[in-house]
Design a protein around this ligand. Sequence first.
Ligand code: CMC
Length: 429
Amino acid sequence: MSKETLTITDNRTGQTYEIPVNNDTIQAIDLRQIKVSEGDFGMMSYDPAYSNTASCKSTITFIDGDKGILLYRGYPIEQLAKRSNYLEVAYLLLYGELPSKSKYDKWVHDITHHTFIHENIKKFMDGFRYDAHPMGMLLGTVGALSTFYPEAKEIFDTRLREIQLHRLIAKLPTIAAFSYRRTVGQPYVYPDNDLSYTGNFLNMMFKMTELKYKPDPVIEKAIDVLFMLHADHEQNCSTSAMRSVGSSLPDPFSATAAAIAALYGPLHGGANEAVLNMLQQIESKDKIPEYIKRAKEGEFRLMGFGHRVYKSYDPRAKIVKQIAHEVFEVTGKNPLLDIALELERIVLEDEYFVKRKLYPNVDFYSGLIYQSMGLPTSMFTVLFAIARTAGWLAQWKEMLQDEERKISRPRQIYVGPEKRDYIPIDERA
Ligand code: CMC
């Protein structure tokens, strides 16, 4: 019978070590016994972008990047996108099982009745400059929520923790929509609790003088599906930020603000905005080959292509491409779609991209959909943040309940100068 261990021979000393293997993984701390001498600190593993380091055990999301599989709590994303809705998926991520009818109704009621924000938060948002990016406003305002709910720091009080989860999932669309209205100089629209989660979001974004806003069902459903697709993606950059910041045990508003900051960057959630800018820059199909050539020469990256985990077609991108056609039936075709389709066609046949397994990711088509719905590019990542809040909170909760939890504190390999004496300024060369 095979042994679940790894034998390592240190050729510097000739010594052999036997290290346990669990889940195909060794514990990095087991390497510390490997020493050259008694006073030696011991061996570490070096993994600057954590590309081969598991930072936690999790029961939430499973990804098989080679096969293009994504499961939330075991359920395939394709089935959820077709048959579930965002709030049900949020419940599934947070509590591990699909809710019964009564639990679902209570959950929807709880979220719906936390959608309003304190009037002072509106005033707080008024303090941002007229041209502030909505993502910056979201980041600042979510952080500020911790000052409105000081009891949120009681993170091990189950009841109080639940209330903060409800508040975050419920208030994110309100803050997001307010940040948009502020950008365009329009009055804030209060939540309409008769509408669905995404219907109400559209109401707060687009309602003008009508007495009751009626969302277009195709658009409402499309955003709901996009929210499900973005709800969690295991240990990505922003989720790792959530867990890492959360490991020092601040309130969830502060930790979520950190996750939003991580999402903001163009290599992560900012990519959908960057894709649109790229397609606009390309301008026409005939300019695609030249643009691809420049990307291959390393001048820039093709936004919306490649993924740290998926080395085949991102399963979310397939669903987004389908929704795009449904949305364009209502909104009219986005003129950039032809450029996007042609770009994808060429990339999928180009040896550079094939060799590196670079396929369209979730952000490649989502921006086109959002733009057709009348959303400005600056709001794209904000929508991603609304959706990902459920995943961040599920991962944060799991981290808090993990018996192996400790404050995040990576090691480093110091390569700076050795100890040296201070030189007074007039004696320096
Ligand atoms: N365009 C051109 N070349 C690329 C691209 C791209 N989009 N992505 C990776 N490469 C090349 C890269 O230059 C490298 O080539 P070489 O081996 O010759 O040096 C090789 O492919 C491997 O790249 P990497 O940087 O080691 O890959 P990574 O796993 O560190 O990066 C990524 C993953 C998503 C950051 C990267 O693919 C990228 O920058 N893509 C564009 C931004 C984007 O679309 N981000 C959204 C990701 S999905 C949603 C989300 O996470 O929020």
